[in-house]
Design a protein around this ligand. Structure first.
Ligand code: ATP
Ligand code: MG
Length: 429
């Protein structure tokens, strides 16, 4: 173990959430060991602002419930304590281990693996050293203590952080089999931190990518948002393709990939991810509805065309388009489960693409008032850009003019109302 004392000088405590500090102090005061760990320490050492703060301790979940009134226990595969401070939740995990340790004998449940070596139950507590080896990559396994302001490193994380290397802890194949999502995490961190993946960590990924099929589709959906909505989606997409992971998550899209990489679907994906990253850089909101509506727009169009052609005598194009929606979304949800609340809005946005192309004048104004118009309009602009289609470019310009004039009208009405209120106020006085 390498212990770097007083590393706190390079860590600005101002960058640590006050609530995380409170939890650390309270645990230490009660006599427990407690450390900041994971992305929090990694990002602080890189001089970046952490996204969230994870804490690990030798206190058991039951002991934490007694210590914190605002504590609730969550999770099945890992039991975690959530200490709730309004909208901020500090996640606290008891040190994990894989050796049975006497002092935790009340909590032991045998580790369970499925036929592929996947860990089904990981609720065995351990010592800090065990915990360090159970984490995914070396740079995510650094422990920062408030008692002596030091960082503890059991797995070579500090050296990898300096060299810019993403390295899985332990034997990579075993660790991927235990939890195949680690393959996605490796590529995500390599993209986010602009680091290289150690050769032995990278090698098994394309071979084991298929194991992702064993992950519950709902977990894969959550992971996909981390992959594509946290500011580094373009680079992440490139890495996912390189390691054959994108092909596994989105087979319907990847079936259309070409050797030149210039199919309309590939051009669309690149544009979506570049736009999303730009929005996040400019502190604009990103929306999973837009993400999935845009990713699957061209497969939807292709399938609508096929259905319309096959049934040209019996179906209108609109009917074919509606039938295609269900099959496209069903295929999209094969590997990762996009929740119904999202697919319902994706359908609206796709239907709006059709309405937008066939509507003029007064009806266009009505369409602009549709609650999902803005998202649908953004998709239209993206399509125009990807296709370099003059008709779509003209249409998006027209709709934009309608929007601007409508906004002007609205602001005149608001000014009129506020002037009237002002006058009324004066009259009363
Ligand atoms: P960020 O929050 O910036 O995306 P992070 O490293 O904090 O990155 P989290 O998902 O918040 O990632 O997880 C917190 C820590 O828990 C990780 O740093 C890692 O040590 C550990 N961890 C998370 N997922 C796994 C996993 N699948 N296998 C092993 N350890 C994991
Ligand atoms: Mg985190």
């Amino acid at each position: 173990m390498i212990m770097i004392p007083h590393i706190a000088k390079t860590i600005s405590r101002k960058n640590i959430s006050k609530n995380a500090l409170k939890v650390l102090y309270r645990l230490n005061k009660a006599g427990y060991e407690a450390y900041l760990v994971g992305g929090g320490v990694r990002d602080l050492l890189l001089g970046q602002k952490p996204k969230d703060f994870d804490i690990t301790t030798n206190a058991t979940p039951e002991q934490m419930i007694r210590l914190f009134r605002n504590c609730r226990l969550v999770g099945r595969r890992f039991i975690l304590a959530h200490i709730v401070f309004g909208s901020e939740i500090i996640e606290v995990a008891t040190f994990r281990g894989d050796n049975l340790i006497e002092e935790y004998k009340d909590h032991y449940k045998k580790l369970q693996f499925n036929n592929n070596g996947m860990l089904l139950n990981d609720n065995i507590f351990g010592k800090i050293e065990d915990d360090a080896y159970r984490r995914d990559i070396t740079i995510n396994s650094l422990y920062y203590s408030m008692t002596d302001l030091s960082v503890r490193d059991y797995v070579g994380g500090l050296s990898d952080l300096k060299k810019g290397i993403i390295r899985l802890i332990g034997d990579p194949e075993t660790r991927y089999r235990e939890d195949p999502v680690r393959m996605l995490r490796v590529t995500r961190f390599a993209a986010k931190l602009n680091m290289s993946i150690a050769p032995e960590t990278a090698e098994p990924i394309p071979r084991l990518a298929l194991l992702l099929h064993n992950i519950p589709p709902s977990r894969l959906f959550e992971e996909s948002l981390k992959l594509f909505q946290t500011g580094y989606s373009y680079l992440t997409y490139c890495k996912l393709c390189e390691y054959k992971l994108f092909q596994l998550l989105f087979p319907t899209l990847a079936n259309n990939f070409t050797i030149g990489g210039d199919s309309i679907i590939e051009r669309m994906l690149i544009q979506i991810f570049k736009n999303t990253d730009n929005r996040i850089k400019n502190h604009m909101r990103v929306n999973p509805v837009f993400l999935f509506a845009a990713m699957f727009w061209y497969p939807q169009l292709k399938s609508a065309d096929i259905i319309a052609q096959k049934n040209s005598n019996s179906l209108t194009y609109y009917d074919a388009f509606l039938i295609a929606i269900n099959s496209t979304l069903e295929e999209a949800c094969q590997v990762l489960a996009i929740p119904k609340r999202i697919t319902a809005l994706v359908k609206d946005i796709w239907k709006l693409q059709l309405y937008m192309s066939s509507i003029y004048g007064k009806k266009a104004k009505k369409l602009i008032l549709h609650p999902k118009f803005r998202v649908a309009y953004d998709l239209l602009i993206l399509r125009a850009k990807v296709e370099k289609n003059p008709e779509l470019i003209k249409l998006s310009k027209n709709l934009n003019q309608h929007q601007t004039s409508l906004l002007k009208q609205k602001s005149t009405i608001i000014t009129k109302i506020s002037n009237t209120t002002f006058l009324c106020g004066n009259n009363i006085i």
